[in-house]
Write a protein that binds this ligand. Structure first.
Ligand SMILES: Cc1cc2nc3c(=O)[nH]c(=O)nc-3n(C[C@H](O)[C@H](O)[C@H](O)COP(=O)(O)OP(=O)(O)OC[C@H]3O[C@@H](n4cnc5c(N)ncnc54)[C@H](O)[C@@H]3O)c2cc1C
Length: 413
């Protein structure tokens, strides 16, 4: 038999920590599992700066006591709502300080399996403990969803890695590296490698690399044409940023199209100096196949005239992003996944982030196709947390009946 808890939060990134801080303030009995700020500490390149502004990068407690701005002020760290890019190490130390202050109870354990039980769920942890929770909030971020194109499948790691692998770039030192992708992750990797004096180029399908406009004065006409939001500028973003439920109300097909189309690849304005004129840009190339020959990776790509080009490199970093796909969450067995209503393998969520399995919630980037572009970013943690937690508290009070002890744990073995 396992231990009982009202709520289990799976994940201790900005979303999991925000939900935990709110549940703690509400006096809810909960446990939270995961490695605090793991994505930011382990899977983002050292030296990176955040694409999101200082004003849009808060982890959220119930009283807004420890915003990024407050943390920087208290620690003598330069901060500006829009003009000063947030350094990765600042954001990590902020996240860890938030965790210590509001979520000291986080358990650095991983959920390895999960199954439904009467009135709740049974979670198996990596130390084999069984936890029986009435509600589960999945805040697992994007790491499990990394996407690599099919044509790279099966190639050895010596030649191909996903960008999420790097923290430090030491393993690539001295190699000729090609970074594939046109978004922020590709440009961050290439720019930071170039800054270190490594031999790096960028290959992208796009005809050019797009950088965000640097912050600064925008005329009234400009702002009326494309108003600012915490996640970019434009009217559609304004609406979906201010009213995620407007996005939620759209037909599923439209939401999925919009989720893919809004906020296409573009990168921080501050990376321009590291890239333009410094890193060779192989633009307008669509990769078709790749193989290893004579100790090098050979990538065949077609240009816009359909002519074939071969790129020969020591190593390809696939900065090809993430695709939400519930099949990739290894700890959610087929039996449970089959009960979750999905569209294109993404969860269909209620207006309170609940899946079709009562008591199972999803927040963070995996809620993108229900709540829109806001929740792809840290900035969405405030909205998500403040929509979810009062609902959770109410539902726990309403359904306060003893949780029956499950008779078997067969699904978790
Ligand atoms: C390269 C890159 C750069 C980005 N830059 C920005 C940016 O500048 N600004 C911005 O707003 N957003 C940025 N993002 C998006 C960012 O991923 C999200 O905004 C944010 O991290 C989502 O927070 P989260 O808490 O949902 O997930 P994460 O931060 O990914 O945290 C996931 C948590 O889940 C835990 N976990 C996973 N599996 C399990 C398990 N089985 N059991 C227990 N715990 C588990 C992990 O240990 C971790 O604690 C970037 C993403 C990438 C990949």
């Amino acid at each position: 038999m396992g231990s009982f808890v009202d709520v289990a939060i799976v994940g201790a990134g900005p979303y999991g920590l925000s939900v935990a801080a709110h549940l703690s303030a509400a006096g809810v009995d909960f446990r939270i599992f995961g490695k605090p700020m793991q994505l930011w500490r382990e899977h983002m390149p050292h030296g990176m700066r955040l694409k999101s502004d200082g004003a849009s990068s808060d982890i959220v407690d119930a009283d807004d006591a420890l915003t990024l701005k407050n943390y920087c002020a208290a620690n003598g760290i330069e901060h500006h709502d829009h003009m000063v890019p947030v350094r990765l190490d600042t954001f990590v130390s902020y996240g860890m300080a938030f965790q210590k202050r509001f979520v000291p109870m986080v358990e650095e354990k991983f959920v390895t399996a999960m199954e439904r039980a009467a009135n709740g769920f049974i979670l198996r942890l990596d130390d084999n403990e069984l936890v029986i929770a009435r509600r589960v909030v999945l805040a697992v971020g994007v790491a499990a969803f990394k996407f690599t194109p099919d044509f790279l499948t099966g190639l050895p790691e010596e030649f191909v890695t996903h960008a999420s692998r790097y923290g430090s770039f030491d393993a690539l030192h001295g190699k000729n590296v090609t970074v594939m992708g046109g978004g922020a992750s590709a440009i961050d990797c290439a720019g930071l490698l170039g800054d270190k004096g490594e031999n790096v180029s960028v290959m992208t399908r796009r005809p050019s690399i797009e950088f965000h406009a640097p912050p600064g004065y925008r005329s009234l006409k400009n702002r009326l044409r494309a108003p600012n939001t915490g996640i970019g500028s434009g009217w559609r973003l304004r609406i979906f940023h201010d009213q995620p439920l407007a996005f939620h109300a759209l037909p599923a097909g439209v939401r999925h199209k919009q989720a893919a189309a809004l906020l296409g690849p573009s990168t921080g304005w501050f990376m321009k100096d590291s890239i333009v004129g410094k890193v060779p840009l192989l633009t307008g190339l669509t990769p078709r196949s790749a193989h290893v020959s004579h100790g090098k990776l050979r990538i065949e790509a077609t240009d816009r005239f359909n002519a074939i080009t071969t790129i020969v490199t020591d190593h390809l970093v696939s900065a090809t992003g993430y695709k939400i796909d519930l099949r990739k969450l290894g700890f959610v067995p087929d039996t449970l996944r089959a009960q979750i209503k999905q569209q294109n393998h993404t969860p269909v969520l209620s207006t309170h982030f609940e899946t079709s399995v009562p008591g199972l919630y999803v927040v963070g980037p995996a809620s993108l196709h229900s709540f829109g572009p806001l929740v792809r970013f840290v900035h969405g943690a405030r909205y998500s947390t403040r929509r979810l937690t009062p609902h959770l508290v109410r539902s726990l009070v309403r359904g306060r009946t003893p949780v029956p002890v499950p008779q078997t744990d067969s699904a978790t073995s």
